[in-house]
Design a protein. Structure first.
Ligand code: CIR
Length: 257
């Protein structure tokens, strides 16, 4: 599937006040801004046209634009992010999406869902139940996706320690292949796919981003980079150290369609 554009939003001055379970120290804002710029350049190098939303200091986590919306080639849903401090991000993403989609659908209470829990594998969506995404949110998304002709299945990761979102532990590469952390590799929903299991010490790199024939991968993960190169993928390492301190990774920094 060819991507043509992406929405991004740079980290705000309040970035360090965002949610984090990483216990990896305070992020350096200046460094985060540079890393975000390099990330944007990598997306541009993959052929995407970028729309950069204005910095939003009211929401420290607002650079993680993947969470308040789900976008596809033919429609978009504005979600209800599962963390109370992020709920207000939905309104600003909704207005940004109106320049792409005639009528973005809004999720309604009591559903909650973070886009980080949604993994699109061509015409099929894997939707994770997590601390952020509840059954009602997953149900509303599945019903919406069905109207667009997509199928979905639910994957429950609530018992899996250390994974904020489904995509913290897996990514779809295309060609029926999924990169996955060891503890998710036995999931029934993944049986139709060829799995590339990331060594535990490189688990952060399970969140990688396949765009238009290239694969962005978190810098500093030579085993996975070597495996992917061996399979013929053109990998593009991106340093995300400051976003990792805030539980962020590659996919969460953009909305791609
Ligand atoms: C949060 O806890 O919501 C942010 N600090 C990190 C969100 C990362 N989002 C993602 O992986 N989709």
């Amino acid at each position: 599937m060819r991507h043509t554009h992406a929405i991004v939003r740079p980290p705000p001055p309040t970035f360090a006040d965002g949610l984090s379970s990483a216990a990896a120290g305070t992020p350096d804002l200046a460094r985060a801004i540079v890393q975000h710029r390099v990330y944007c350049e990598a997306l541009t190098a993959c052929g995407l046209r970028l729309t950069a939303l204005p910095v939003d200091p009211a929401y420290p986590d607002s650079c993680f634009v993947e969470d308040p919306a789900i976008v596809t080639a033919t429609g978009a849903m504005v979600t209800r992010p599962g963390a109370p401090s992020r709920a207000g991000e939905a309104d600003s993403i909704a207005s940004a999406l109106r320049s792409w989609y005639r009528d973005p659908v809004r999720m309604t209470p009591p559903g909650t869902l973070d886009g980080g829990d949604v993994c699109q594998a061509d015409g099929h969506f894997l939707v994770g139940l997590s601390g952020r995404t509840n059954e009602e949110g997953a149900r509303q998304l599945a019903a919406f996706l069905e109207t667009l002709g997509y199928r979905s299945s639910i994957v429950d990761i609530r018992g899996t320690e250390g994974l904020l979102h489904l995509k913290s532990g897996m990514s779809y590469l295309g060609d029926g292949r999924i990169v996955v952390v060891p503890e998710l590799s036995r999931l029934e929903a993944l049986r139709p796919y060829e799995l590339i299991v990331v060594p535990d010490k490189e688990r952060y790199a399970a969140n990688c981003l396949a765009v238009n024939g290239r694969v962005l991968i978190a810098a500093g993960h030579p085993d996975l980079a070597g495996t992917l190169s061996g399979l013929g993928y053109d990998t593009l390492p991106v340093d995300l150290s400051e976003f990792r301190k805030m539980d962020g990774s590659l996919t969460c920094l953009s909305l791609r369609a």
